[in-house]
Design a protein around this ligand. Structure first.
Ligand code: ZN
Length: 149
């Protein structure tokens, strides 16, 4: 099944293809200060596919702390949409279903996650294992390096 979402103003859109139902997939609430500031609730499926469509000029690529991923924020409406890591054919991401208004994921028990004890290598390895293989429709973003920086 393909789930679609967009930021508040609609300049950033994402589609998420998965074989799992929303309940079987589950949703996570990362406990870091950035995710809590945005009220983020995240999904990913390493067997799925995410496609992110936006113009480079419309997206802020925010990094912090270990700088191992880019947090994509709409420059127009300020919504946090996705965290992205990697480059080329090896880009992975996790989507924020709240920011993307993906309502079919709203009424699912949230699993709180605390990744604060991870080393940098552990964090990168976990994301490549757990996050969703991701494509950007814009060629400049498809060729971009999304960290680690
Ligand atoms: Zn927006």
């Amino acid at each position: 099944m393909i789930h679609s979402g967009q930021c508040h103003c609609g300049k950033l859109t994402a589609s998420f293809e998965t074989q799992k139902t929303p309940a079987a997939l589950g949703v996570r609430t990362c406990q870091c200060a950035f995710c809590r500031a945005h009220g983020a609730v995240n999904i990913s499926d390493p067997q799925g596919v995410t496609t992110i469509d936006c113009a480079p000029a419309d997206v802020e690529r925010y990094t912090f702390a270990l700088r191992t991923a880019d947090f994509l924020i709409c420059k127009s409406c300020g919504v946090y949409v996705a965290a992205v890591m990697g480059e080329g054919e090896k880009i992975v991401s996790t989507l924020n279903v709240v920011g993307l208004q993906m309502k079919e994921f709203f009424d699912i028990d949230e699993a709180p996650m605390d990744y604060g004890a991870e080393t940098t290598d552990q964090r990168i390895a976990r994301r490549y294992t757990k996050w969703t293989p991701t494509h950007f429709t814009n060629p400049d973003l498809a060729a971009a390096n999304f960290g680690p920086h």
